[in-house]
Write a protein that binds this ligand. Structure first.
Ligand SMILES: [Zn+2]
Length: 113
């Protein structure tokens, strides 16, 4: 948590917080994010929030909550990659022809469309 807060403030203000400020901010963020954002995904969440925001104000913890909800929504609805399950190419992206030549598999063609 400390590390994420430190980087959030550094990115926003161009300067690092003092030790005490950092601890206080970090404690406040922990209070808000605890039970919502899993700790191991906190960094990912921070990066998503920073990349998606338009505001020039320093990032606040509730924006991380929003980013997390968006990430979850995307993960819930995004189809899992099926490429490795392809019966034609078995995940290589190349279809074997009878004359031992290969051509790009249909599964890859539909992905780029
Ligand atoms: Zn395929």
């Amino acid at each position: 948590m400390l590390d994420v807060v430190k980087r959030a403030r550094l990115a926003a203000l161009g300067q690092a917080l003092s030790g005490t400020e950092l601890k206080d901010t970090s404690r406040a963020w922990t209070e808000i994010l605890m039970g919502i954002v899993p700790l191991e995904r906190l960094n990912e969440c921070y990066l998503t929030a920073m990349r998606n925001r338009n505001s020039t104000f320093p990032l606040n913890a509730s924006e991380l909550c929003t980013a997390w909800r968006e990430m979850q929504a995307i993960e819930r609805f995004a189809p899992k990659p099926q490429v490795a399950d392809c019966e034609i190419c078995r995940g290589t992206g190349w279809e074997q022809m009878e004359n031992r030549a290969v051509r790009p598999c249909k599964c890859r063609q539909s992905k780029t469309a």
